[in-house]
Write a new protein. Structure first.
Length: 173
């Protein structure tokens, strides 16, 4: 029974307490954006798609389906759904959260390629889904742990193993 408490119950309780703490810190609602995007490999193509989307904003989803290299969102017209800050890479996120609904961004470069972003809706205080809360709690706990690691100083109190001497021991005669 002691082994069960030590190996299973205590770690599970600690995980639940930590998860609950971070979930409480996050809250139940946050600023969110609902956006679509087109991801391509070159700036030239992104510029062309941007101009095409500006000329006919209703064609954005079709352009995403036909040209985006993001295989996860292209079939859905580039729809990313709702997301909070801290989910997308910074250059993408900065632009997405600065646009008004219906606006289309100029091409934005990230480590994934070139994006053209269209904001569908922007909510200052939208309820978070359970998945969003879980993702945010995980991200917050990872950030906290990284901060702890960065500020920790680790030292070893163990003496290093001595290396054997190259002198051969000769017993007295």
């Amino acid at each position: 029974m002691d082994d069960y408490i030590r190996l299973v119950a205590r770690p599970a309780l600690a995980r639940d307490l930590v998860s609950g703490y971070f979930t409480q810190q996050i809250g139940q609602s946050a600023e969110q954006v609902h956006a679509e995007h087109i991801l391509v490999g070159t700036q030239e193509l992104a510029e062309k798609l941007y101009q095409d989307a500006l000329a006919d904003p209703d064609s954005f989803e079709q352009l995403a389906q036909e040209t985006s290299i993001d295989t996860g969102t292209a079939p859905n017209g580039g729809d990313l759904g709702w997301f909070t800050r801290g989910v997308m890479v910074e250059p993408f996120e900065d632009v997405a959260f600065s646009l008004a609904p219906g606006e289309i961004s100029e091409p934005v470069q990230t480590q994934f390629g070139w994006h053209v972003i269209k904001v569908i809706d922007h909510a200052e205080d939208r309820a978070l889904t359970d998945d969003q809360i879980s993702q945010a709690a995980q991200a917050e706990s990872t950030r906290w742990l990284d901060d702890q690691r960065a500020s920790a100083s680790i030292s070893s109190e163990v003496e290093p193993t001595p290396t054997p001497s190259t002198d051969v021991f000769v017993p007295p005669a």
